[in-house]
Design a protein around this ligand. Structure first.
Ligand code: PLP
Length: 346
């Protein structure tokens, strides 16, 4: 099956990752990690601290970005009376699910459809945050499913102009596909105590099955850090593989760069067809508006070829497809299939 529906990795892991798995000593699993004796949570957080220039005690580790988001939302929404989280209008469905799990409620701020994207309106996000005054503000950059991003200076502008008791959670699960810049993270978490930036090894590093997520938090959150922390240590197998992945940027950068071919193909082949719109993407997936009348036929045509893509059901995006950027032949097959069927609906 060709899974192009959940933004996974249809390429090869790096050689270092393969070697780390082959060379892993099973006996390491017979003991907990001893890194706690050095006052650190994991060899991964130590390495991330070096890479990102953020003190180790402000590095968060979790079983996937999912786990980090859940911990943050459950922890901060469960305290006090304010249990509101402010979310982007179109975003990952999981955000409001974790909020509702702990008795939270959500409000939404708009994203604005432009010629080729769904854009944040930074001033509007600031206005909504001041007016609603939620306990948490969620920003996703790049956002799933729309694929649009915020620049570091836009993040700074938001942080500067909202109340400092609002915890801002930036989900950067899809960061690194377009930009290599990570230098903005350390100054932001140094400056803003109310900021959490969440990342993962599942997307750029192509290891969703490993379940490693990480993040960075502003100063002074010892209690939350202790809440997220795994007292008896992190999964030691994951640690070995994660270190190898973090040491393989060249390999994963090449894969990410190759995805541009797919973005261009969809844009060129489908962008000008009647009823279609190909949105700009800074992630490993692309959002495409299509004539929804062809849904059943398209689903059937892809299924017989063993392909899965995501037919959006979110309110306002019902006539959109979200397609993971896979290997060239996969992208070509999906694009050809859509184009062939589209000719019947024009
Ligand atoms: C927007 C977004 N954030 C976070 C994640 C979490 O991924 P993981 O738990 O594998 O790190 C996903 C997964 O698809 C996602 O789409």
């Amino acid at each position: 099956m060709n899974y192009l529906d959940r933004n996974e990795f249809n390429f090869e892991p790096s050689q270092k990752v393969i070697d780390a798995i082959k060379n892993f000593d099973p006996k390491d699993l017979c003991f907990y990690t001893r890194i706690f004796d050095q006052g650190k949570k994991s060899v991964i957080s130590v390495r991330l601290s070096e890479i990102y220039g953020v003190p180790e005690d402000q590095v968060l580790l979790a079983y996937g970005g999912e786990d980090l988001l859940k911990n943050a939302v459950h922890y901060f929404l469960a305290q006090g009376d304010n249990r509101t989280i402010l979310l982007p209008q179109f975003s990952w469905w999981y955000y409001n699910r974790v909020a509702s799990e702990c008795g939270g409620t959500y409000e939404m701020y708009p994203l604005h459809e432009t010629e080729d994207t769904f854009a944040y309106d930074v001033e509007e996000v600031i206005e909504y945050t001041n007016r609603i005054h939620p306990r948490m503000l969620l920003l996703a950059s790049p956002n799933n499913p729309t694929g649009n991003s915020l620049t570091p200076s836009e993040v700074g502008r938001i942080m500067e102009n909202i109340p400092d008791d609002v915890i801002v959670l930036i989900d950067e699960a899809y960061a690194s596909f377009i930009t290599t810049d990570t230098a903005y993270i350390a100054p932001l978490v140094e400056k803003y105590a109310n900021l959490i930036i969440s990342r993962t090894l599942s997307k750029f590093y192509g290891l969703p099955g490993l379940r490693v997520g990480f993040g960075f938090i502003g100063k002074g959150h010892d209690q939350f850090c202790s809440y997220v922390n795994k007292y008896l240590g992190f999964n030691r197998f994951s640690e070995a593989v994660a270190l190898a992945a973090l040491d393989s940027d060249e390999h994963y950068r090449q894969v990410a760069d190759d995805m541009e071919w797919g973005r261009q193909l969809y844009k060129r082949e489908l962008g000008n067809l009647p009823g279609f719109k190909v949105y700009r993407s800074s992630a490993n997936f692309i959002l495409i508006k299509y004539p929804v009348e062809m849904k059943d036929e398209l689903l059937k045509a892809l299924t017989v070829q063993d392909y899965k893509i995501k037919f959006m059901a979110d309110k306002g995006l019902e006539s959109c497809l979200r397609i993971t950027l896979g290997r060239k032949e996969q992208t070509q097959t999906v694009c050809d299939t859509i184009k062939r069927l589209a000719s019947r609906y024009n």
